[in-house]
Design a protein around this ligand. Structure first.
Ligand code: LLP
Length: 403
């Protein structure tokens, strides 16, 4: 049940971020709504990934900046030694400014503008993940103008479904991403022939919030089929990038706050056939940052409806759009109250019926001024905020700053 006192199960493994461990006294000094990031959770997550990859020296992690580009979060991740996966010139710049070395930056996206490509060429980033033949030709042309050679990987659309929300599935032939299987050989040959292109390898990404490892096994099988064909053709594949997508447990941010990285990396260790000298690249976003973040709001009003009770909070879909956009579940806790539970629809103040964080949520009895934590909001939260209704963009605070 949401917001009940932590059970033994909830306490097991960590005392981090459980109800009552938020620095509520410090929260009182801060204007709500805001994002709160528990750096212990983030660091433990990064350590877990590093530990997983310790024995696989040919594996490289590029954090997908799109999940959270708060500069303070980026600095912690770059200090942990990871690279960055970017999808815009702005993200490339944010990565470099946060200390990610340019030779660990990769740049994907179906619609890179000339300005963005030039910026990335100027930074000498590690690799462009190219999504079409047309883009390949433009990168070659822009690199020629600078007398440079651009390293590129070709993003292949593997035509694999993933058991996730349709808005965040990317690997089907009907999706706009990547180059189709039927066209890929022609584009590889072109990439090898172009004078200002250095063909580095292949790139995939099948979707996000994937919890069924079978989807990643299917990806490995498809990659193996392809690399066998490519080997016969003598295409030089130096690297394989499998994208991101590992999901998290939104239901249990307290006792399952570290995603199952072991099962995830094991899929690739067991199922993906790498040739001598090939490197394997990952672009995880959500699983790195989701569980460290909460959106903190204050309760404005309790309103008795005809058949339900509303807790109207000052946070809204403009700070966290995931529930409105994907009907996403986020655990909601009243971190100010220990009173017996009552049932509420937790809603924001925006003039849209979809501005609802949760329906029929059991919360400790809730009053005006209480703090509400919306959990697992570290990924695709702050970064997707908008200024709709002239709201100010939310600020993000690290637990380190609020001691
Ligand atoms: N690489 C590529 C090429 C991607 O498109 C994405 C995410 C990632 C890596 C990182 O995926 P992750 O490990 O975070 O699943 N706003 C949505 C998620 C959109 C994901 C877009 N691409 C949400 O809030 O659920």
């Amino acid at each position: 049940m949401p917001a009940s006192p932590p059970s033994r199960e909830d306490l097991c493994g960590s005392t981090i971020m459980i109800k009552g461990t938020f620095p509520i006294q410090r929260f009182k000094e801060i204007e709500t709504p805001f994002y709160y990031y528990d750096t212990k959770v983030l660091r433990e997550t990064l350590d877990t990934i590093r530990e997983e990859l310790r024995n696989n020296t040919n594996y490289e992690m590029h954090y997908a900046i799109k999940a959270n580009a708060n500069p303070k979060i980026l600095r912690i991740i770059s200090a942990a030694g990871f690279g960055a996966d970017c999808v815009s010139g702005g993200e490339v710049r944010a990565a470099i400014e946060a200390g990610f070395p340019a030779n660990k930056v990769v740049f994907a996206g179906v619609g890179k503008s000339d300005r963005e490509i030039n910026l990335a060429l100027d930074y000498d980033i590690h690799c462009f993940n190219v999504e079409s033949e047309a883009e390949l030709l433009i990168i070659n042309e822009l690199a020629a103008q600078k007398d440079k050679v651009a390293r590129i990987a070709l993003r292949i659309n593997p035509n694999i479904g993933a058991h996730t929300h349709s808005n965040i599935t990317t690997g089907l032939a009907e999706n706009k991403f990547g180059i189709n299987l039927e066209q890929i050989e022609g584009v590889i040959e072109q990439a090898i022939a172009l004078p200002h292109i250095d063909f580095e390898g292949i790139h995939f990404h099948i979707g996000s919030q994937i919890l069924d490892m079978i989807d990643f096994v299917a990806l490995c099988n498809r990659i193996n089929e392809l690399t066998e064909v490519f080997a016969r053709r003598c295409y030089p594949i130096r690297s394989i990038n499998v994208g991101g997508g590992l999901g998290i447990d939104y239901g249990h941010p307290n006792h399952k706050y570290i995603p199952d990285f072991h099962s995830y990396f094991d899929v690739f260790r067991k199922h993906l056939h790498l040739s001598q000298g090939q490197t394997l690249h990952f672009e995880l976003g959500r699983s790195v940052v989701a569980q460290c973040g909460s959106l903190i709001s204050r309760v404005l009003y309790i309103k008795e409806g005809t058949c339900k009770r509303f807790a109207i909070i000052d946070g809204s879909m403009t700070e966290l759009i995931r529930p409105a956009l994907y009907q996403a579940y986020h655990r909601i806790e009243n971190i100010s109250s220990d009173e017996p539970e009552m049932t509420y629809d937790v809603v924001g103040p925006v003039c849209e019926s979809s501005d609802v964080f949760g329906k029929a949520v059991d919360l400790n009895a809730t009053h005006r001024g209480d703090f509400i934590a919306i959990r697992s909001a570290g990924a695709y939260g702050e970064i997707m905020a908008s200024q709709y209704n002239c709201h100010e963009l939310p600020k993000g605070y690290l637990s380190d700053e609020l001691i």
